[in-house]
Design a protein around this ligand. Structure first.
Ligand SMILES: *Cc1c(COP(=O)(O)O)cnc(C)c1O
Length: 319
């Protein structure tokens, strides 16, 4: 498999720049006070689909040959990867089919349909959805898009980290939420090229530690996948992203789902920012390891805003 380079990231940026404005990154005095760390929040929650993944989808679709694009793409996802592919497909006029496990987060399912993609509900796990997507892609001659073993998704997401280091060239650490690992792999590729002294720290939920355990073991492993935090939910590590993270990641930490919910609330209160669980997990990792980051300048990536209606009601104290 081809390892993405900084040159690929720069090429992705020329493709994305005319489509997506760069997202802001801000310090919040209240958040600095409650964490004791010089923390900056990178706002991928402001993307048109509410998550950073749109950068990868646009890069993948934008670089597909026209004939291939006309045959369409098939993806499987519990949410944001689906919205990213649906958005990019509609942007580039490609047919898009998304397979989700049955009874998906209705906000995410509706968003996918509203973007013009066909939504297929199948099975109970993401693994079931993947098998169904593989079959559909074969039948339709469409391009199957994996959740993480895709170089274009990594290079597209690399544009996020290029922005981070342009906005704050003096960072000591960047904390990145991990599911399949495309985001953390992208951070590694870019930091290696433009911020060699900056540590990249990954975070996953302790209830779904497959990527974390794969990184520690030095090989892809499977683990129970029990987190309620959608973007971080995976039962396996992925070869490509693990390979990149192995070389460059400074550390990989785990946080409990409860700590993620607490960080979601802090972002809402102190940074006026609505994050889904995954989008708050980098802040949760910072809070759980505060002494390690004291006196340092740290960026936390707020990767997404697509909280379910249940999460929204819980956060606001509504029944
Ligand atoms: C997908 C996702 C993640 C995890 O990203 P990977 O690139 O799969 O590791 C984190 N946060 C949100 C909001 C996501 O949608």
């Amino acid at each position: 498999m081809r390892i993405p380079t900084m040159t690929d990231v720069l090429r992705a940026r020329t493709l994305i720049d005319p489509i997506l404005p760069r997202t802001p990154m801000w310090p919040y005095p209240a958040l600095t006070a409650s964490t004791g760390v010089d923390v900056l929040v990178k706002h991928e929650n402001t993307q048109p689909v509410g998550a950073f993944k749109v950068r990868g989808g646009l890069t993948l679709l934008g670089q597909m040959p026209t004939v291939e694009r006309e045959c369409g793409v098939v993806g499987y996802s519990t949410g944001n990867h689906a919205q990213s592919l649906a958005y990019a497909s509609s942007r580039f006029g490609a047919p898009c089919t998304i397979v989700m496990p049955t009874n998906p987060n209705s906000a995410k399912a509706n968003a996918v349909r509203a973007l013009g993609a066909e939504l297929v509900e199948f099975g109970t796990t993401l693994e079931d959805a993947r098998e169904c997507a593989e079959k559909l892609a074969r039948e339709r001659g469409a391009r199957l898009v994996s959740a993480a073993n895709e170089p274009e998704l990594i290079t597209g997401v690399g544009t996020l980290y290029l922005e981070v280091f342009e906005q704050a060239p003096d960072l000591d650490a960047v904390i990145v939420p991990v599911g399949g690992g495309s985001g953390a792999a992208a951070a590694c590729v870019v930091a290696d090229a433009v911020a060699p002294d900056c540590e990249i720290v990954a975070v996953q939920s302790a209830a779904s530690p497959a990527a974390h355990d794969s990184w520690r073991a030095g090989e892809v492993v499977h683990r129970p996948n029990q987190t309620v935090v959608e973007g971080l939910a995976t039962g396996t590590g992925f070869e490509l992203t693990q390979h990149i993270m192995r070389e460059r990641l400074a550390d990989f930490v785990l946080v409990d789902d409860d700590a993620i919910a607490e960080a979601q609330w802090l972002l809402l209160r102190d940074a006026h920012t609505l994050a889904e669980g995954a989008g708050a997990s980098a802040l949760a990792a910072l809070l759980a390891n505060a002494e390690r980051f004291t006196g340092k300048r740290v960026a936390v990536i707020c990767t997404g805003a697509n909280a379910s209606e249940r999460e929204l009601r819980t956060m606001s104290g509504m029944p």
